[in-house]
Design a protein around this ligand. Structure first.
Ligand code: SAM
Length: 266
């Protein structure tokens, strides 16, 4: 099958990934809920618990898709006790807090467009505080200056990249000193029995559900196969360290179906 990407070249893989997300963008949020039985929401909440952002933070959410992680980040800022929006009113006695922002960065414009629509319904725009903007591009090559952001997240996005080492080097470059890298990604279930159950579910059930909901069996088959190809937790932690990050750690969620990797630029 042409989805066995060990045999495809770089351009083919990029085209294929683009095609996969083009074909699923409008049903992407629904599919996430169906495939993970809603658990992806808890995983993303846990990612935000780990980051625990405060006003004045600037997030780069790479492979941010329709903005799930960024919206959580903005909601946290808004609910923070130190958040005072910048409202020009003479009756406002409290000084405003530092502005905060999230930049959603994704290779696929149709995913960003879906997200932008969601953002408007939630009141988040490039002019709101906290603000959100949507930038299209490849995670291997970021159009941002060195030391721009305090936080970098990549949620279910690094697995699809052709050159993961390059993605990590770019993450390190755009983070400020003291900034944090966090990655949420499908990983390897360490327990063999649980792994067997999980493999059976993902190989047999997910492509069929993908077919039923989006009419696209192969895209979901590709997504499942790409999980198998991704390095295990320890190997990925080593890659993050090799890119220059310090204090690299990870925690498994849901028996290691996914993990959150963390590193700091010091
Ligand atoms: N982060 C979002 C979430 O957790 O819901 C979206 C994850 S979605 C599974 C993966 C995203 O990665 C897609 O939106 C896809 O377009 C994007 N993507 C794939 N390869 C990319 C690349 N090389 N550079 C930037 N984005 C990429």
């Amino acid at each position: 099958t042409h989805f066995g990407f060990k045999t495809v070249n770089k351009e083919d893989k990029e085209d294929m990934v683009k095609e996969v997300f083009d074909s699923v963008s409008s049903k992407y949020d629904l599919m996430n809920d169906v495939m993970s039985m809603g658990i992806h929401r808890l995983w993303k909440d846990e990612l935000m618990n780990t980051l625990n952002p405060t006003p004045g933070s600037h997030l780069l959410d790479v492979a941010g898709g329709t903005g799930d992680v960024s919206f959580r980040f903005l909601d946290r800022i808004k609910n923070s006790p130190n958040y005072f929006p910048n409202i020009a009113s003479s009756s406002t006695l409290k000084s405003s807090s530092l502005p905060s922002s999230a930049t959603v960065y994704d290779i696929n414009q149709s995913m960003l467009n879906e997200g932008k629509k969601r953002g408007l319904t939630m009141g988040y725009t490039d002019l709101s505080d906290p603000s959100i903007d949507w930038v299209q591009g490849n995670s291997e090559n970021l159009p941002f200056k060195d030391e721009t952001f305090n936080c970098y997240t990549v949620s279910f996005g690094i697995r699809n990249c052709t050159n993961i080492d390059q993605v990590l080097r770019e993450a390190h470059r755009v983070l400020k000193k003291g900034g944090r890298f966090l990655c949420l990604e499908f990983t390897q279930v360490p327990n063999p029995l649980l792994r067997y159950a999980y493999d059976t579910y993902s190989f047999n059930v997910i492509p069929v559900m993908g077919q039923l909901i989006t009419g696209d069996h192969d895209s979901y088959k590709y997504l499942v196969e790409s999980i198998r190809q991704f390095p295990n937790q320890d190997k990925f932690a080593q890659m993050i360290t090799d890119a220059g990050f310090k204090q690299v750690t990870y925690k498994n969620l849901t028996f290691g179906v996914v993990a959150i990797h963390s590193g700091f630029k010091l």
